[in-house]
Design a protein around this ligand. Sequence first.
Ligand code: ZN
Length: 81
Amino acid sequence: MTKGTTSHGERHHRLHTICPRCGSHSLHRSKGVCSSCAYPAPKMRKYNWSMKALRRRTTGVGRMEHLKEVQRKFSAGTLNK
Ligand SMILES: [Zn+2]
C-alpha cells in the first residue's frame, strides 16, 4: 500500500464529528476535544499566527444581535438612561 489512491480506500473510520460549540467537523470522537475551538475547554482556541482563522470568527461575522442594538441605542441617545 502506498500513500496515494490505494491507501485512501482504507480510510473509512471517522475520527472527528461535529462540535457543539463551533459547529465545525473537528471534535475528536475518542478524545472528546475539538481541534478547532478546544471545546470543552472554557476558552476558545485562538492563535495570532492564524490571521485567516481569526478574521473568520471575530466580531461582525455573526448576526451581532446584541451589539447592533447597543449601536442603535447609542445613536438614538437612549443609552445609560
Ligand atoms: Zn469546536
